[in-house]
Write a protein that binds this ligand. Sequence first.
Ligand SMILES: NC(=O)c1ccc[n+]([C@@H]2O[C@H](COP(=O)([O-])OP(=O)(O)OC[C@H]3O[C@@H](n4cnc5c(N)ncnc54)[C@H](O)[C@@H]3O)[C@@H](O)[C@H]2O)c1
Ligand SMILES: [Zn+2]
Ligand SMILES: [Zn+2]
Length: 362
Amino acid sequence: MKAAVMRANNAPLEIEDVSIDDPGPGEVLLATAASGICHSDLHVIEGALPMPPPCVLGHEPAGIVEAVGEGVRDFKAGDHVIGCMTNWCGVCKFCTGGRPYLCLGQFDGRPQGSKSRLSGADGKPILQFANLSSFAEKMLCPERSLVKIRDDMPLDRASLIGCAVTTGLGATLNTVHIPAGSSVVIIGCGGVGLSALQGARIVGAGQIIAVDSQPWKFDLARDLGATDCVDATDGDPVAAVQELTGGGADFVFECIGLVSTVQQAVAMTGRGGTAVLVGIVPIKETVPLSAADIVLQEKKLVGSYMGSNRFRFDMPKYIDFYLDGRLHLDEMISSRIKLDEINDAFDRMRKGEVARQVIVFD
Ligand SMILES: NC(=O)c1ccc[n+]([C@@H]2O[C@H](COP(=O)([O-])OP(=O)(O)OC[C@H]3O[C@@H](n4cnc5c(N)ncnc54)[C@H](O)[C@@H]3O)[C@@H](O)[C@H]2O)c1
Ligand SMILES: [Zn+2]
Ligand SMILES: [Zn+2]
């Protein structure tokens, strides 16, 4: 099968013929139908998130089951599924405590010493990213990385739910509780931020302020529910938000992952408000913040990982939201591309030219 292989950091992905193993116990083989392209994939390429090459990235997939391994109960050939990077073991304290997205056993893959799920033309193993690797025509996943979805859900739009939507909607619906009428700021209008923005609209936020450095995104942000937009390149975005909210917002979601925008997020948060960090700041960087500002104004600072999901419960619900017209996904897709156009897609993401791009497989 064809796959886009990361052979080195900061280099174009290589389209190669990659071998994929047969499904072992508890594993499911999929034909990948579509895969969204997330900034976290770009973080890995740029070394901001560590993952040694060679590796096949991609973690926002929808597909169709082709075959299942021994003992697989929940899937059969022909099922439509979404994949999620937070699979769960079912027995650790986070799984049994109701927060499976923090599972201690995830990313285990096959037992040590077993054959790699993916290997190159030279027979050498290729790492699988988050048990998914969706920049490939086929995927071999543990069944606990997958959820079955309705057959009437278009698979290109379903793929967005694999990461961007689950992360953004979940940050607003699961990680924090946003009382109706609250003021909400979304910093960064990529796939994740636009999903958080829609979550704020769905829970009935009052003011929803979108902040981005690409003003062309504001028509889209308004269509998806923003009441106000702030161009981060035109003056001080913190002052603009403080003015719009009368002193700071109830909730601020940082959906980029820059030191400067994390600092802005905390500064935009009003007294007693909550700053939610969703964007991933490169792992080696630290963010200087005023602790006094956080204490004296009793601000809360919260991290949100993969939308605090319980994805087998959340994702079918998000699909119902889409099919009922409450979640808008068509508008979020800037372009549908082929696998071999992937390097151009990352260039467009670096330049902020797109909302979400989706690779569609034949
Ligand atoms: N917490 C999680 O579990 C989780 C899950 C998925 C993605 N992420 C992270 O979320 C972040 C966003 O992902 P994405 O795929 O939506 O990215 P994206 O590149 O599509 O979107 C980023 C947006 O930020 C805007 N932007 C860039 N610099 C800016 C600045 N200085 N001021 C204002 N706007 C600016 C860009 O124009 C773009 O609209 C990434 O860091 C990604 O790794 C986190
Ligand atoms: Zn992602
Ligand atoms: Zn667990």
